[in-house]
Design a protein around this ligand. Structure first.
Ligand SMILES: *Cc1c(COP(=O)(O)O)cnc(C)c1O
Length: 431
C-alpha cells in the first residue's frame, strides 16, 4: 500500500481513497453474475406472502421489506453541501430488523427454510413458500438450528427470522456487542453466546460448530452469496423510487451512493445491484470508521494476500456497531475490486455530530454506523481527492445535476435511552 496513505490512516486523518483499478462495469471480471440479482428479486417476490404471514408489520406492505427514499436538502445544507439532490435511503427504519440486515439475514434464513422444507418433503417442489407457515412445519424446524456470528444487527435479523419460521436460533456475539441487542434476542427466544474476542473469532467459533453438525445451518457473513444477493435486490427498489420522482440517471446526471461498510456484504450487494442498473453512471463509495477501514486496506493493497486493519497498526475500536470489522470479506473484495469507485473514512466524533444533525434537520433516528453515510457528499465535493476524481471522470461540470443517496443502514430499534445518549453526545460535540 502507498506509504502516504498508510501514514494518513495511522494518523486517523479522514481520507478519500479512489480505486485505481476501477474499470467499466461491462468489462468487470467478477465471480458472480447479474442474473443472480434478478433471481434474488424473484425470490423476494415469491417469499412475500410467507413474510406477511410471519410478520404482521409487513401486511400493509404486501410482504415487501422495503424502505423510503427521503429527501434531505436541509440536512445536506447543514453539512455544507447544496449542489445537487440529496436523499437518505431509510433502511434505519426497515421493518422486521430495523437495519439493512433485514435485506440479507431474512432473505438467507427464509431461502434456507424453503430449501430444507423441500428436501425433507414438507412441501412439494412447486408449492408456494407460503405453505411453510404452519405449525407442523415449525415443529419439525424446531429440531434444526440456524446460527450466526454477529456484532449485533445481523444477529437480530437472522435470529428474528429464524424464530419466525420455528427454528432454534443461536447468535454468537463478540465482546463488544451491546447488551440491549442481546436482551432483545433473548426475548425472541434466541440463544445468545458471548465470546471474549473480536468479530472474526465469534464467526469462526460459530462456523466450526455448524461444520460438525448437519442440523446446524450457519449464516456465514464472510462468505455468503445468499446474503449478498438478498441485499442486491435493493437496487431495483431504489431504481423504482428514483423513477417515481422523475430522477433520471445518465452521463450528465450522475448518481452517488454512500454505503456504510463492515464486512462488506450489505454495501457490496447493494452496489453490485446498482451497477447492473445504472452502469458507470452510479458512483459507489463505501464509508468506514477511521479505526476499521477493512475494505480500504484490502483493496488498496491488492488481493494477493489478506490485509487487516491490525496489520497497519489500527485498533478496530469504534462506536460504529457493525462496522468494527478488521478483515473485509474476501468474496466481497473480489467482487468489488473492479467496481467500487472508492472508500472514505470517518471519525467516531463526526458520526455523533452527523447523527445529531440528522435528527435536527431531517427527523431521522440513526445509529452511529448509519450516520457514516452522511459524510459522503462532502468527501466527494469538498476534498482535493474528490475534486480530482470528478474531473477525471469528466463530471465536475454537471454536479448541479447529481443525485446523492446516503444509505442509512440502521437505528430504529435502538432503545430510546441509548439513542438519547448518542444524541446528547453529538449535540455536545457540535456546540
Ligand atoms: C451491518 C451493518 C453495516 C455494514 O454491513 P456489512 O455487510 O457488515 O458491510 C453498516 N451499518 C449497520 C447499521 C449495520 O448493521
Amino acid at each position: 500500500m502507498d506509504e502516504t496513505l498508510k501514514l494518513r490512516l495511522q494518523q486517523q486523518e479522514p481520507v478519500l481513497w479512489i480505486n485505481p483499478v476501477l474499470g467499466p462495469v461491462a468489462q468487470a471480471q467478477v465471480p458472480v453474475e447479474p442474473a443472480q440479482v434478478k433471481e434474488a428479486e424473484e425470490n423476494w417476490r415469491s417469499l412475500a406472502p410467507l413474510l406477511t404471514r410471519c410478520f404482521a408489520e409487513l401486511e400493509p406492505h404486501n410482504g415487501r421489506i422495503a424502505s423510503d427514499l427521503i429527501e434531505v436538502a436541509d440536512l445536506a445544507r447543514a453539512m455544507g453541501c447544496d449542489a445537487g439532490q440529496f436523499y437518505v435511503k431509510g433502511d434505519h427504519a426497515l421493518p422486521v430488523a430495523g437495519s439493512v440486515k433485514a435485506r440479507g439475514g431474512v432473505y438467507e434464513v427464509f431461502m434456507y427454510g424453503l430449501s430444507l422444507a423441500r428436501k425433507l418433503g414438507l412441501i412439494a417442489a412447486d408449492e408456494a413458500p407460503e405453505a411453510l407457515a404452519q405449525d407442523a412445519v415449525k415443529t419439525i424446524f424446531a429440531d434444526y438450528t440456524v446460527a450466526v456470528g454477529s456484532t449485533g444487527n445481523l444477529g437480530l435479523s437472522v435470529g428474528i427470522a429464524a424464530r419466525a419460521l420455528g427454528f432454534h436460533a443461536v447468535v454468537h456475539m463478540s465482546s463488544d456487542a451491546k447488551p440491549w441487542k442481546m436482551e432483545r434476542l433473548r426475548r425472541h427466544g434466541v440463544d445468545v453466546v458471548q465470546h471474549q474476542a473480536d468479530y472474526g473469532s465469534a464467526v469462526a467459533a460459530a462456523r466450526d460448530q455448524a461444520d460438525a453438525d448437519e442440523k446446524i445451518y450457519f449464516v456465514d457473513d464472510e462468505r455468503s452469496e445468499l446474503l449478498f444477493f438478498g441485499y442486491s435486490a435493493a437496487a431495483a427498489e431504489l431504481r423504482d423510487q428514483l423513477t417515481a420522482i422523475n430522477i433520471k440517471i445518465g452521463p450528465e446526471h450522475p448518481l452517488f451512493l454512500y454505503l456504510p461498510c463492515g464486512i462488506g456484504g450489505a454495501p457490496g450487494g447493494v452496489a453490485y445491484g446498482l451497477k447492473q442498473v445504472f452502469g458507470d453512471h452510479v458512483h459507489c463509495f463505501f464509508a468506514e470508521p477511521a479505526q476499521s477501514p477493512c475494505a480500504l486496506v484490502q483493496l488498496a493493497a491488492g488481493l494477493n494476500h489478506v490485509v487487516t486493519v491490525y496489520d497497519i497498526g489500527l485498533t478496530n475500536k469504534t462506536e460504529a456497531d457493525g462496522m468494527a470489522v478488521g478483515e473485509v470479506s474476501q468474496f466481497v473484495a473480489q467482487v468489488m475490486q473492479p467496481l467500487l469507485n472508492g472508500v472514505y473514512t470517518v471519525l467516531d466524533d463526526d458520526l455523533f455530530r452527523w447523527l445529531a444533525l440528522a435528527n435536527q434537520h431531517a427527523g431521522l433516528r440513526l445509529e452511529p454506523s448509519a450516520a457514516a453515510c452522511l459524510g459522503g457528499p462532502s468527501a466527494i465535493t469538498a476534498t482535493k481527492e474528490g475534486q480530482h476524481y470528478l474531473s477525471q471522470q469528466g463530471i465536475d461540470g454537471v454536479m448541479e445535476n447529481a443525485t446523492h443517496v446516503m444509505w442509512a443502514t440502521g437505528g430504529s430499534l435502538v432503545p430510546d435511552e441509548e439513542y438519547q445518549d448518542f444524541l446528547k453526545k453529538g449535540q455536545a460535540l457540535l456546540s
